[in-house]
Design a protein. Sequence first.
Length: 381
Amino acid sequence: MTLRFETLAHDGQARTGRITTARGTIPTPCFMPVGTRAAVRTLDTADLEALNPPVVLANTYHLLMRPGPEVIEATGGLHGFTGWSGHVLTDSGGYQVFSLKPKVDDDGAVFRSTYDGSTHRFTAEQVVDVQLQLGSDIQMALDVCPPSDAPAPAQRLAVDRTAAWARRARHRFLERNGPNRGANQFGIVQGGLDPDLRAESAARTVEVGFDGYAVGGLSVGERPELTLATLAATVGHLPADQPRYFMGLGDPVGLMEAVALGVDLFDCVLPTRLARHGTALTGQGRLNLGNAAFATDHRPIDPDFPRSPAARYSRAYLRHLLNVDEPSASRLLTLHNVAWLLNLMDTAKQAIAAGTFDQLRRRVAQIWAPPAESPPSPSIR
């Protein structure tokens, strides 16, 4: 079954819709928690079932290194391996590989494993094969990921190689996937901060004919206004009748601004990373529960979000857990943060349908900026 996308409502460029795959439906806009090594940090599959995210993301590089795709394939792919019956998206691992300063040629990239120092080679075809072994519902084509501030010749080469690898990846995927396997494949747009390169990369990627399209190489340290300007210059070149995915974005302001531009899918390690450092996402902004001010604060973690999985616990109790290094602190804050972002996406859907999305966007911006959130690097996925 080929992936289908249906738009249900518009409010300006913002849209709410529904992606349908062989596994089921994904309502959009959608935030995808990151389960780098086949697990969202500190959570188990029962936790995910309670949170009910439409999609969970896993990382091809890390799973290739440990435990290996053969182990996962033998248990029925990631769904059998983890016991998770919902959608899984696997990124290609390209971001992680390019962060290792690999030796790159037109055929692929050679790199050393961060696990044991062993040497490996990624090609467009191999990454397709590994992801088919992992059994994800949506897989990403391998792209070239230079820093956003890389010089113009490096960005030009990245766009050319990304386009060539996209053609090879799509050919391999269609050759190997077959009509009944249920997998889907997205292509990735590169081009740094150059709007002309972005437009060219988008056109060349769309020409290949993927099931959906991702914007890569942004939200990696550049100023937020540059991120949004580049995204705005890119989105208009992507098909309106297919899903659009911004890779590595998870701060509330950035999410709302990207939704306003017509993006449908997002992922980021932000909710889990903040939780491990004692920080909660709330309707009042960031809450650093390590602060002494919360030692006697008996209010719930977020009075504006009574459906939080951590709503029964006071700020004082959660601070106590953090203060004594109790592992449950990270788990409870992760449950809360992931639920909070999923709820923000639900609120966005409702606002788009009601024609009040711009009010929501401005309210989130007022609460969360300044200071603007700098999304964390997704390199640890």
